[in-house]
Design a protein around this ligand. Structure first.
Ligand code: URA
Ligand code: SF4
Length: 213
């Protein structure tokens, strides 16, 4: 699968958002309340990719605004990353009924939006939250599915990949929703996010990361 070929033919980010807002390409459009395209600065250095909108996100049309989102915001703050400096989206932009896993046909139908977001934002680091996100992003980067399906064995590792014309470091970690039920995962996610900061520090050649972000 050629990453670039999946790019949606739009001339601006706003146009891309308009397409997502009116999308009927998979069955999730029949049950969603609001589409959740994603949010954040278009020149963000960090892109966070979750799985799918939940109930609160479906209500508000914004990513990670429920309990898992609040935990994510807190963990980011703990390592000195402001949520407002990060571009946040999901693998699928509409909520699966009863928060079930997104199905393969839904993920495929929605993929062009994610591809186009990555090509437009050109982040330095992509943080994949949870196994679905990690699997989708790393298979797009050419890894065999089998090699990237076990989140416990790939989390905290930095994958240097090329997605289209974007050279980016991909760092999978646990999903914050899992950490709501298993508090031991919180410090692991936090450690992984600390690595993200270190990468950006290095990018800048040391110095004060906060002024850079
Ligand atoms: N979980 C996700 O994966 N994404 C959200 O936007 C909210 C919860
Ligand atoms: Fe379209 Fe994606 Fe929503 Fe499916 S999940 S209707 S492909 S925006």
């Amino acid at each position: 699968m050629d990453f670039i070929k999946l790019k949606v033919n739009v001339s601006s980010y706003d146009e891309l958002v308009q397409l997502m807002m009116s999308c009927t390409k998979c069955k999730l459009y029949t049950t969603r309340r609001r589409v959740v395209p994603g949010e954040g600065p278009l020149d963000a250095k960090i892109m966070i990719i979750g799985e799918a909108p939940g109930e609160k996100e479906d209500e508000e049309g914004r990513p990670f605004v429920g309990a898992a989102g609040q935990l994510l915001t807190k963990l980011l703050n703990n390592v000195g990353i402001r949520r407002g400096d990060v571009y946040i989206t999901n693998v699928v932009k509409c909520r699966p009924p009863n928060n079930r896993d997104p199905e393969p046909d839904e993920i495929e139908a929605c993929k062009p939006y994610l591809v186009t977001q990555i090509l437009m934002i050109k982040p330095r680091v992509i943080v994949c939250l949870g196994r679905h996100s990690a699997r989708e992003v790393l298979t797009m980067a050419g890894y065999p599915e089998k090699a990237v399906s076990n989140i416990s064995s790939i989390r905290g590792k930095v994958f240097n990949v090329r997605l289209g014309d974007v050279n980016v470091k991909v760092l999978p970690t646990y999903h914050p929703a899992a950490a709501l039920y298993n508090p031991r995962l919180r410090s692991i996610i936090e450690d992984d996010l600390r690595k993200v900061r270190a990468i950006l520090d290095e990018d800048k050649g040391g110095g004060d990361i906060l002024s850079y972000l």
